[in-house]
Write a protein that binds this ligand. Structure first.
Ligand code: FA5
Length: 337
C-alpha cells in the first residue's frame, strides 16, 4: 500500500511537468502495481483494488489538468497578426490576393468628401421604410398616380424598401428644426441604397444608390441650389461644365426641375453634337413637405435634390452597363483596385 502512495506521488509530479502527460500513464511502475493484484490472497484483493482505482482517478484528473494548462498556454502564444509567409507555410494552399474597395464605396466616399467640404452633414439613408416617409410626408396624396411611378417593393407587413432617398427628407427636416429656430440652417446630404421593381437594362438596376440633398434657411433660393449642384459636379468631374435645367414634376418640390450637364469632351462628348445628360431631379421644397415636418413655410424655404450614384460613376469611368456594379465579376472589380 505504501508503494502505491509513493509511486502515485512520483507520477503526479511527473505529469505536472510533462509536455505529453498522457504518456506518463504508460509508466512500467504502474503496470507492476496493476500486476500485483493477481498475486494477492483473495482477502486482500478488494482493498488493494480500491486503492488502485483511487490512484487511477487521481492520475487521470492530473493528466486532464495538465492538458488544459498546456492548451491554454498554446492559445495565448498564438500570434494571429504574425505575417504568414507563403513559402514557409503549408503547401498546396490557395494563394490569396489583396482585396480592394468596391468602386461604388470609393466613389460614395468621394461624393461625401465633396459635400462635407461644402459644409453639408453627410448621413446614410435607411434601407427599410414605410408609406408615411415614402409618400405621406412628401405630399403624395392618397391614391395619387405618382405613387405608381416608383415601382416600390413592399413587405407583407406593409413596409417599403425605399425607392428613393427622399424618404429621408422628413427626418432631416424634423432633426434640423431646432437649428433653424436658433438662427441656423439645415444642410444635410443622405446617401444610400434604393430599390425599384422595374425592368432591368444597361441604365436601370433593381438596387442602386442615390444621393439626396436638403438645404433650408430663411433665404434659400433656386440660384443657390444651381450653384451648389454646379460646384458639386465640377468638383466631382474635375473640370468646368455647362449645365441646363428643364421643368419636371415631383410632388415634393415646387418648382421641380431636371438638372443636366453637357457631356464634356474628356468624358466622350463631341463638340459637334451636344449631348445633355440628366443627372438628377431637384427643386424648391414644397410648403406641404415643410409643414409635415413642423416647419413654417412662410418663414423658411429650402431646396432638395436626388440623383443616382451609379450613373454619376458610369460617366466618370465610361462604364457601359450599370449591372456590372452588382455582378460580383472580379474582372470588373479589378479595374478599380
Ligand atoms: C427621384 O427619385 C426623386 N426622389 C429625386 C428628387 C429628389 C427630386 C429631391 C426632387 C427633389 P427619379 O426617379 O428621377 O427621382 O430618380 C433620380 C435619379 O435616380 C435618376 O436620375 C437616376 O440617376 C437614379 N435612378 C432612378 N432609377 C434608377 C434605376 N432603376 N437604376 C439606377 N439609377 C436609377
Amino acid at each position: 500500500m505504501q508503494n502505491i502512495d509513493e509511486i502515485g506521488k512520483q507520477l503526479i509530479t511527473q505529469i505536472a511537468g510533462s509536455d505529453s502527460p498522457r504518456d506518463v500513464l504508460k509508466a512500467p511502475e504502474l503496470k507492476q502495481l496493476y500486476g500485483v493484484i493477481k498475486t494477492l490472497p483473495s482477502g486482500q484483493r478488494a482493498v488493494y483494488g480500491k486503492r488502485i482505482n483511487e490512484l487511477k482517478i487521481a492520475l487521470e484528473s492530473a493528466v486532464n489538468a495538465r492538458e488544459s494548462e498546456l492548451e491554454s498556454a498554446t492559445v495565448e502564444s498564438l500570434d494571429i497578426t504574425a505575417p504568414w509567409d507563403v513559402n514557409s507555410g503549408p503547401q498546396n494552399l490557395l494563394l490569396t490576393e489583396n482585396g480592394s474597395q468596391h468602386p461604388l464605396t470609393k466613389e460614395i466616399e468621394n461624393v461625401s468628401d465633396i459635400f462635407t467640404r461644402m459644409g453639408f452633414e453627410v448621413i446614410e439613408s435607411r434601407q427599410i421604410d414605410d408609406d408615411h416617409h415614402m409618400f405621406g410626408t412628401l405630399n403624395f396624396p392618397d391614391n395619387h398616380p405618382a405613387r405608381d411611378g416608383y415601382d416600390t417593393f413592399r413587405t407583407e407587413e406593409g413596409f417599403i424598401a425605399p425607392a428613393h432617398t427622399s424618404t429621408m427628407q422628413n427626418r432631416i427636416l424634423q432633426d434640423g428644426k431646432k437649428k433653424l429656430e436658433s438662427g441656423g440652417q439645415i444642410g444635410v446630404v443622405a446617401i444610400g441604397r434604393c430599390f425599384r421593381n422595374e425592368d432591368l437594362d444597361a441604365t436601370h438596376e433593381h438596387t442602386f444608390h442615390q444621393c439626396e440633398g436638403v438645404f433650408v434657411s430663411e433665404t434659400a433660393t433656386l440660384g443657390q441650389m444651381l450653384g451648389t449642384l454646379r460646384s458639386f459636379f465640377e468638383a466631382y468631374y474635375g473640370q468646368s461644365l455647362n449645365i441646363r435645367t428643364q421643368p419636371s414634376y415631383f410632388p415634393f418640390v415646387e418648382p421641380g426641375l431636371e438638372f443636366a450637364i453637357e457631356k464634356p469632351a474628356s468624358l466622350g462628348g463631341s463638340s459637334k453634337d451636344k449631348e445633355w445628360l440628366e443627372m438628377l431631379g431637384c427643386g424648391m421644397i414644397h410648403p406641404n413637405v415643410l409643414i409635415a415636418a413642423g416647419i413654417d413655410p412662410k418663414k423658411y424655404r429650402g431646396f432638395a435634390w436626388g440623383g443616382g450614384i451609379e450613373r454619376l460613376v458610369m460617366l466618370k469611368y465610361g462604364i457601359e452597363d450599370i449591372r456590372h456594379f452588382e455582378s460580383g465579376k472580379l474582372q470588373f472589380l479589378r479595374e478599380f483596385a
